[in-house]
Write a protein that binds this ligand. Structure first.
Ligand code: MGD
Ligand code: MGD
Ligand code: MO
Length: 775
């Protein structure tokens, strides 16, 4: 087992642990945030960016996909949005000598925190085969390398093209066009690790894998059930919508193994009483469910609904809706009749009274919204669990009417738009046909590989080139050790990014870093200011225009990089005017308007103040574009995870001060943890039963069918009010414990929220000195 010294930034030397908070704030006031932002960015940049974020003529905050309200506040961003903006817009550049001073081997021992602190990437750099250094190169030289390697492959499927969800619609559309013109559908993305399970489950049952509600629906709901989501940290602006819903009379229920701040109580600093008062108690009911217990809970709720109908026929189910719009009801009802309450209680860790209480709320409500995020999608049974969300909603017609519907809350700010634009390894034939009609070349029809299968391809030697438009694939994917070894086997890895991360230092034989502009920056092509567009989690499409001058003259936009890469690799192989599209984003949008349904007249409609909302059959007219044309009830076999004695089930979560693999600080304020991330949160009774003490150290071993011993050494134990048997550690540090093969059925999403673990006593870790640590 590796016992190398830990980087000082991963230290817990000064860690402090206090009781978790109950309350979270959503939107801070401008006066509260400005001083912090000024420290990061300086007064002029802070003012320019914060004033413009999420405003109608400004830029879309890159921190999450939560929608903008119709009426914008002066400060329409949250604390975490301000951190994301500060991280990107801090005027700190990686100097040219950095590349001579730092070998790759030295950079490999640095933490994500340190790498992210080095500043913005401002020039293309190349690592040649056999070299331990990156060296600055010209853009032309960089694209020559990409062209040589891609065109040297025997088969285009030997390359894979990753995308992370910050990429704009325009860049995403051009990128998938380039990749398909090159000859492959290998277009994995972060969604493969995120809401893929949602897409699969909703696609099969209602025909559209996106939220079936709009922003306005929140205020009209009678009941909002929030499952497997931590809005206080990950979607703080959602708390405002929840507060408004609550004021309008909605009940709110939180289902979560962790009592997350914000779900329980919310302070709104933009209101006088929010700053000083007790805040709003958001959740009327909190169900502390066991990890992966949701499918059992949902089945138990549906069963209670069916029982209520039996007791008072004709009064409970929405018979008209079921008869007119659904299929499969009889089989579903018959299957639930066999549900065993004891299995439900084992799986959920809840009492029958808890479930009765929620069922009664559901039955009292005419309009119900269910929201969910990674606590639902990253489990082995994620797809059937989401299908059970749909079953429960269909029973009482809770879809396609105001104030009701399934609402998956997406993560990255444009992850949903990227999919709409064709970033998917298995886009349907009608999309590929539209590409063929519009551009006059025949795109490949065989499906490509997703994120997990891309890693497997690199591991097994079939994939030799990785190009990544943003993100941090090697650290975001599961099984870090396997993933790193896989990436090192490639002939070339290319990262198009704003800042350094692990995927820039664990690389192929040859590697390129191509620096790009972020959301906060002005994008000029041929002297003309361009704007880009994004789609939020409720299908609203709008413009995004950065207010700041570019960080450096030699940094290109994502669109420009893709355009030049396509020219270098493809020449005039296909009849696409790559150079023209790179110069004028309206021209890209014209193509989109003819290829992607819902984008007709794109250039005109996007210039309207609020943009537009994409059509959505189930939401707009109860039309369900499934295989049968109906909304499908589904039958899903319950499988209960039994946690053997001496074991715990582990979930990997985000702290309050991180964005995915980016660490802003080492704090997780709401959970009471400061200055350290290498911790394992365990219920006090579990700690006692396992014979460990709060503050002690353990090696965490995960248990997998393949017999490989995966270890995360020396975590500090923190006694924490998590559900019994359910532990938590931070992503991405804990990704080393998640086997690559441990994925959700059908969606192949890593099961990052249910990892069986065993603890072994360990010594406290030893740290490197603080040399080179930028405070
Ligand atoms: N500040 C900040 N904002 C972000 C991000 C970030 O990293 N930082 N990431 C963005 C991205 S890409 C995404 S996808 C979203 C992620 O948003 P979330 O999904 O809210 O983020 P996670 O930290 O993964 O939290 C999962 C939540 O589900 C709960 N949970 C885990 N397992 C279960 C379960 O089996 N059942 C139930 N009912 N609950 C469970 C956890 O306790 C936790 O509260 O946030 C986006 N916004
Ligand atoms: N164990 C575990 N693993 C997980 C998860 C989990 O909950 N648990 N969550 C999963 C989820 S939900 C997701 S979405 C993935 C996230 O996976 P990714 O999207 O691959 O990872 P990020 O950390 O969001 O990527 C951050 C990097 O993007 C680059 N970047 C930032 N802004 C821009 C930009 O404007 N343009 C470009 N080109 N680059 C930019 C920067 O270099 C930054 O370091 O991780 C997944 N992995
Ligand atoms: Mo995500």
């Amino acid at each position: 087992m590796s016992r190398r010294k830990r980087p000082i930034e991963d230290s817990d030397v000064d860690i402090s642990v206090s009781a978790p908070k109950r309350s979270a704030a959503g939107l801070p006031s401008l006066s509260e945030t400005l001083p912090h932002a000024m420290a990061d960015m300086g007064p002029s940049r802070a003012w320019k960016t914060l004033r413009a974020v999420n405003q109608k003529d400004g830029f879309d905050c890159m921190s999450c996909a939560w929608p903008d309200p119709p009426e914008r506040k002066a400060a329409e961003f949250c604390e975490n949005g301000a951190k994301a903006i500060g991280w990107e817009a801090e005027p700190l550049k990686i100097p040219t000598q950095f590349w001579a001073e730092n070998t790759l081997s030295a950079l490999e021992s640095k933490s994500e925190y340190w790498l992210g602190q080095q500043g913005r990437l401002v020039e293309p750099v190349f690592k040649a085969a056999g070299s331990d250094h990156y060296v600055p190169v010209s853009w032309d030289r960089a694209f020559e390398v990409v062209a040589r390697e891609l065109n040297g492959l025997e088969n285009p499927d030997h390359a894979t093209f990753y995308t992370s969800g910050r990429t704009s619609n325009e860049a995403a559309f051009l990128y998938q066009l380039f990749v398909r013109a090159y000859g492959t559908n290998n277009l994995p993305d972060c969604s493969n690790m995120c809401h893929e399970s949602t897409g699969v489950a909703m696609g099969a049952t209602v025909g559209v894998g996106k939220s079936a509600i709009t922003y306005a629906d929140f205020a009209q709901a009678d009941l909002i059930i929030i499952m497997g989501q931590n809005p206080g940290t990950c979607h703080p602006r959602m708390l405002t919508a929840l507060e408004e819903a609550k004021e309008a009379g909605a009940g709110i229920v939180a289902v979560n193994p962790l009592p997350e701040a914000g779900l329980i109580n919310f302070r709104n600093p933009q209101r006088p009483r929010g700053l000083v008062g007790k805040g709003t108690d958001l959740a009327d009911q909190y169900l502390q469910i066991r990890l992966a217990g949701d499918m059992a809970l949902l089945q138990a709720l549906s069963k209670r609904v069916l029982d209520a109908e039996r007791a008072a026929p004709g009064t409970v189910l929405d018979r008209t809706f079921i008869d007119e719009h659904c299929q499969g009801f009889v089989g579903f009802a018959a299957h639930l009749a066999t549900l065993n309450e004891r299995d439900v209680l084992t799986a959920t860790g809840l009492t029958s009274a808890d479930i009765d209480d929620l069922a009664a709320r559901y039955l009292r409500a005419e309009k119900v919204i269910i929201t969910w995020a990674m606590g639902i999608t990253q489990h082995k049974k994620a797809v059937p669990t989401i299908k059970e969300i749909i079953n429960l909603l269909l029973l009482r017609g809770n879809i396609g009417k105001p104030g009701a519907g399934p609402c998956p809350i997406r993560g990255h700010s444009n992850v949903q738009g990227d999919r709409t634009m064709g970033i998917w390894e298995k886009m349907p034939p009608r999309f590929l046909e539209a590409i063929q009609r519009e551009f006059g070349f025949d795109p490949p029809r065989n499906p490509g590989v997703d994120a997990v299968d891309s890693i497997k391809g690199m591991r097994d030697g079939g994939i030799k080139v990785l190009i990544a438009l943003g993100g941090n694939l090697v650290h975001a994917i599961s099984d870090t050790t396997v993933a790193e070894a896989a990436l090192r086997k490639t002939r070339l890895s290319v990262q198009i990014s704003t800042k350094l991360n692990r995927s820039h230092v664990v690389v192929g034989e040859q590697a390129l870093i191509l620096p790009t502009l972020g959301r906060t920056e002005i994008d000029r092509q041929g002297g003309v200011k361009q704007f880009v567009t994004v789609e939020d989690t409720v299908c609203a499409v709008h413009r995004s225009t950065g207010p700041l001058e570019p960080i450096a003259p030699n940094v290109l936009s994502e669109v420009a990089i893709v355009s030049r890469m396509a020219q270098a690799v493809l020449g005039d192989k296909v009849p696409v005017d790559w150079a023209g599209l790179g110069r004028n984003y309206d021209a890209i949008r014209d193509h989109i308007s003819r290829v992607v349904p819902g984008f007709e007249d794109f250039n005109a409609r996007i210039r309207e103040e609020d943009g537009f909302v994409l059509p959505h059959g189930p939401r707009d007219s109860r039309t369900f574009p499934t295989a049968t044309g109906k909304a499908m009830f589904s039958v899903n076999e319950l499988e209960t995870i039994v946690i053997p004695r001496g074991r715990l089930l582990l979930q990997t979560v985000r702290s309050h001060d991180q964005f995915n693999t980016t660490t802003y600080t080492l704090n997780d304020r709401y959970r009471g943890i400061k200055k350290g991330r290498m911790v394992l949160l365990v219920n006090p009774s579990d700690l006692a039963e396992l014979g460990f003490e709060d503050g002690g150290y353990v090696d965490v071993h995960s248990e997998a069918d393949d017999g490989v011993d995966r270890v995360l050494p020396q975590l500090r134990l923190v006694s924490y009010p998590s559900a019994r048997g359910c532990a938590a550690a931070y992503y991405p540090e804990a990704n080393v414990l998640v086997p690559l093969d441990s994925t959700a059925e059908e969606s192949n999403t890593p099961a990052s929220k249910s990892v069986m673990i065993r603890l072994e006593p360990a010594a406290a870790p030893v740290y490197e000195t603080a040399a080179g640590h930028r405070g």
